[in-house]
Design a protein around this ligand. Structure first.
Ligand code: TSJ
Length: 702
């Protein structure tokens, strides 16, 4: 605990108003100044204690207080935690634990409660016995919250009484006082964040809920209720209670996913004074989701506990697969990556004195957490595999498949990406190159289908535009065989055309075109090919994507014609708008033939806009809809192949008119994720995707 410093003490005293305490005797005495001194650094540099004074720091106040209540639950004394947002920006947190100690501490001569609330680093360890598992980072935050709140009130029920103390910016308003009798026990802390400190004062109930949900999963059997009563006329309530602990968490995380396991692995065990709790299962997915916690604090970068889990998982599966003959003597062991594909795991360890490491303290450093986790998982998972042969078989089959895919991909990469594989290859015959050798002005159009390729070749600007037609065949790429794709002749011509080479030899300086334009049909197949190409670029030509050299062409969906006037539309909305414009813009003569209905239409017609000169061509839609105006002839393009060279040039390739969408890294990343859905071997998600996007595929954001 902090020593008092007489120099600072007198200074601090000057700033404080002289007030009487509840006993009506002394003004602020030395002990109060010592308290003030204790919290001064927090108000000076709040960021050091709560990260920021924005929204994240604001919410941190709640986490700190809630953590204290949850610690009491973890220690086995509290079952319920209540979090309320009240009018006036009051947050209040209540538990039904033992109640914070209020007795006078022999050293400080102050009540334990006051010391906890007004002294830095006087947290969970205060009061001797403390918790079975101290939160480490927990229990130290109450005084920080107090210092950064314009008002705080603590109410404690214990030892037959109700005790309370209030504070303004961390300074007690009066000594802890007994205000009544009570047979209950528990702690309630209410506070108002200090507007002098925080730039953001509005709490987000969604953020709070998600955090409380997570905490409820991690503390089996705790009930956390949340009330947002900021608008008294429209209160909002959410309660969390999960009997299953992290098992419930894993179920939650895999909702709506294709679970490989029916019986989910679960263990909770104490080992070397640590609590290890873990649940996991496999889903039909190539990604994994590992969530690890130490003392209920999320460790996004993992650390020793996760390392221990991974070795145990790999080891157990290898042992079992060998013992049961799934892996033969000649087979290599499964790797850690193999056994983690499709894995969803929640690992929670509770230990004394956790060490958080790394830049953001996001990683658990205690080596004993590794050995303990490894031992617990090894034993429990071995047991699980033996007791659930069906589950074991499903898991082993999946990880062996993953291993095979990995080996196949590696073999493919080795043949295809080996040094010099793309060296000295001449430009492919299918490429209609441009005459310019200046990359900055050169454009490569990758065109779907030979017929569109033909139109593009004829319609292009030969000096700066090169055309490479790709056949639709490349669609049939198997999951995890993307690397094999590089053996495909079509893709090889693309790689050669781009000029950068690939793999070890990749050199962005050799890029032959500073615009690579993917030009595909606005249908499902087009979306497919685009996804495939973007995935290819993302995985093997990341620098090209990052350099902003990749574009997606936006061919029109409709051709709209009245008389000699032709316009193009790139969406349904635009089609409607353009049609209306064209109809309205018909020359006055045609319009007068019937009754003009829209005032706006007349106006435009008189102004003599675009359509004005198309006086003849009364053929199409001449009957109109009774207003005497001709209706436009609308053609929907089903593919690029339906456009003649001039049209393709005019609408999609001519730099004066065209719309190109630059592909951002995030777009390519999305495509990469989508790739498995579209190309993967499970049919259902692909069908769902196509059904979901069929209507809107032209707007597909990939
Ligand atoms: F610290 C705090 F103000 F932020 C806070 C503490 C806020 C809330 C909502 C609850 C708590 C809290 C503290 N709930 N329960 C406790 N328990 C103790 O402080 C406590 C009680 C008894 C004993 C003991 O050894 O008898 C020890 C402790 C640490």
């Amino acid at each position: 605990m902090a020593e008092k410093d007489p120099k600072k003490a007198s200074k601090a005293q000057e700033k404080q108003p002289q007030k009487e305490d509840n006993k009506g005797s002394a003004t602020y005495s030395a002990k109060d100044i010592f308290v003030l001194e204790g919290l001064e650094p927090v108000r000076k540099r709040p960021g050091m204690y709560i990260g920021s004074t924005g929204s994240s720091g604001l919410h941190h106040l709640i986490w700190e207080i809630v953590d204290n209540a949850i610690d009491e639950a973890m220690a086995g004394y509290a079952k319920n935690v209540l979090v309320e947002l009240l009018p006036g920006n009051v947050v209040s947190v209540t538990d039904d634990g033992r109640g914070m100690p209020v007795d006078i501490h022999p050293q400080t001569k102050k009540s334990a409660l006051e010391t906890i609330m007004t002294t830095l680093h006087a947290g969970g360890k205060f009061g001797g016995a403390g918790y079975k598992v101290s939160g480490g980072l927990h229990g130290v935050g109450a005084s920080v919250v107090n210092a950064l709140s314009e008002w705080t009130k603590v109410e404690v029920e214990r030892d037959g009484g109700v005790f309370e103390q209030e504070y303004k910016r961390g300074v007690p308003e009066y000594k802890v006082k007994k205000t009544g009798a009570s047979k209950r026990h528990g702690t309630k802390v209410s506070f108002i964040p200090d507007p002098q400190i925080f730039s953001e004062l509005e709490f987000n109930s969604h953020t709070i809920m998600e955090r409380l949900r997570q905490q409820a999963y991690l503390t089996k059997g705790i009930r956390i209720n949340f009330y947002d009563r900021r608008k008294p006329e429209a209160p909002f309530f959410y309660g969390f209670y999960f009997e299953g602990g992290v098992l419930s968490f894993v179920k939650f995380l895999t909702q709506g996913k294709n679970r490989l396991n029916e019986d989910i692995f679960y263990v909770e065990k104490e080992m070397e004074h640590m609590d290890i709790e873990c649940a996991f299962l496999y889903v039909d997915d190539t990604r994994m989701n590992e969530m690890s916690f130490a003392n209920n604090i999320y460790t996004p970068e993992g650390g020793m506990h996760l390392t221990g889990f991974r070795s145990a998982l790999t080891r157990s599966l290898n042992n079992y697969a060998r013992a049961e003959g799934y892996l033969k003597e000649k087979d290599d062991n499964l790797t850690s990556d193999d056994v983690r594909e499709g894995l969803v795991v929640v690992l929670s360890v509770k230990l004394r004195d956790p060490q958080f490491e790394g830049q953001t303290k996001a990683k658990l450093g205690n080596p004993e957490a590794r050995t303990a986790t490894e031992a617990v998982i090894n034993e429990a998972f071995k047991d699980f595999l033996e007791k659930h042969p069906q589950e074991a078989k499903a898991i082993i089959s999946k990880v062996i498949l993953t291993a095979k895919a990995r080996l196949a991909a590696k073999a493919a990469r080795e043949t295809v990406l080996r040094k010099g594989a793309f060296e000295g290859l001449t430009l492919p015959g299918k490429l209609a190159d441009c005459t310019s050798k200046i990359a900055a002005e050169s454009e490569l159009f990758i065109v779907e289908g030979d017929s569109a390729g033909g139109s593009a070749k004829q319609g292009r600007n030969r000096h700066t535009q090169a055309i490479l037609p790709l056949r639709g065949k490349i669609l049939n790429v198997e999951r995890a065989r993307l690397d094999k794709m590089l053996a495909n002749a079509e893709i090889r011509s693309l790689v050669v055309a781009i000029g950068t080479a690939i793999g070890e030899e990749f050199n962005i300086e050799k890029l032959r075109y500073h615009k690579i334009v993917i030009m595909t049909d606005a249908d499902v197949d087009g979306a497919h090919i685009r996804t495939l190409l973007l995935t290819l670029f993302y995985r093997h030509f990341r620098d090209v994507v990052e350099g902003g050299y990749i574009y997606v062409a936006q061919p029109p969906l409709y051709r709209i014609q009245i008389g000699k006037t032709v316009r193009y539309a790139y969406s349904d909305e635009e089609k409607e708008r353009v049609s209306a414009e064209l109809v309205a813009a018909q020359p006055a003569k045609a319009a007068r033939a019937g009754k003009a209905t829209k005032a706006k239409a007349d106006e435009e017609a008189e102004e003599g806009t675009e359509g004005a000169e198309s006086e003849e061509g009364t053929e199409e839609g001449a009957a109109g809809k009774g207003d005497g105006k001709r209706q436009p002839n609308i053609q929907r393009y089903k593919g690029l192949g339906e456009m003649n060279p001039d049209q393709l040039w005019e609408t999609t390739m001519n730099p004066e008119n065209r719309v190109l969408k630059r592909v951002m890294v995030e777009d390519a990343e999305k495509a990469d994720k989508l790739f498995d859905v579209l190309m993967g071997d499970s049919v259902e998600p692909r069908k769902n995707f196509i059904q979901a996007h069929a209507a809107t595929v032209q707007n597909l954001d990939v």
